[in-house]
Design a protein around this ligand. Structure first.
Ligand code: ATP
Ligand code: PRP
Length: 217
């Protein structure tokens, strides 16, 4: 029997994908927050879920270790999406990629003066392209999380990170100084799997499309 493997990251992507899976008649057998299992069976013998880091989802799908997956536009942009079919913007895990700086830092005039800025981020490629396009000189400092701390301890003048409610910025006396892009999660599919397992993948794709179209309406 053919089986479809879906790559998901735990946390918000898994939680926000549950209604989409339900619309396709799929219920995970376990909750990755409480289980240590990395392969999760579902109520359907022809569908299983693998739990991977958010940034690793495209890699699993590109190499065919998973047939489909759900990844944020931030991850797809930063790590590349070559070889991946991206049919649906699912409209989940919505946020914005921004440049943020301390409330009392005059970012606009630093940019006008042509100052060289230290910018901390885990999105080095995205940040590099953003500042290069604007002709702003930056030294990029790669971090793996908690970017908001960097300006507070003088590691950086500004950060490039995701913002949703704005609570994290506010709690750390930072503010958005520039928008880079709107971010939401996309369905990604391995191109070979789409052909070989069309009978299994097509109905899932249609259910996901229907549910996200309803969400957008
Ligand atoms: P890891 O913890 O593995 O380093 P991560 O922290 O980026 O990865 P999550 O926080 O689960 O993983 O984020 C997964 C995806 O959800 C991100 O790639 C992004 O697209 C989206 N996302 C991140 N932060 C938010 C947020 N505050 N609100 C809405 N969506 C978000
Ligand atoms: C993300 C992002 C910000 C925060 C913004 O972090 O890196 O820190 O969300 O959300 P807000 O505007 O609603 O406060 P996340 O919650 O994923 O934590 P992590 O990346 O450190 O795991």
């Amino acid at each position: 029997m053919k089986q479809v493997t879906v790559a998901l990251s735990k946390g918000r992507i898994f939680t926000e994908t549950l209604p989409l899976l339900a619309a396709a008649g799929i219920q995970p057998g376990e909750d990755p927050e409480s289980s240590r299992k990395l392969i999760i069976d579902t109520n359907r013998p022809d569908v299983r879920i693998v739990i991977v880091r958010a940034t690793d989802v495209p890699t699993y799908v590109r190499y065919g270790a998973a047939d489909l997956g759900i990844a944020g536009k931030d991850v797809l942009y930063e790590h590349g999406s070559e070889g991946l079919y991206q049919p649906v913007d699912l409209g989940i895990a919505r946020c914005k990629m921004v440049v943020a700086a301390p409330e009392d830092f005059d970012y606009a005039s630093a940019v006008r003066r042509g100052a060289r800025l230290k910018v901390a981020t885990k999105y080095v490629k995205t940040a590099h392209e953003h500042f290069a396009a604007k002709g702003v000189h930056v030294d990029l400092i790669k971090l793996y999380g908690s970017m908001e701390l960097a300006p507070l301890v003088s590691l950086a003048d500004a950060i490039v990170d995701l913002v949703s409610t704005g609570n994290t910025l506010k709690a750390n006396r930072l503010r958005t100084v520039e928008d880079i892009m709107a971010v939401s999660a996309r369905l990604i599919i391995n191109q070979a799997a789409l052909k070989v397992k069309a009978a299994l993948i097509q109905p899932l794709l249609e259910a996901f499309e229907r549910t996200s179209a309803q969400k957008a309406a």
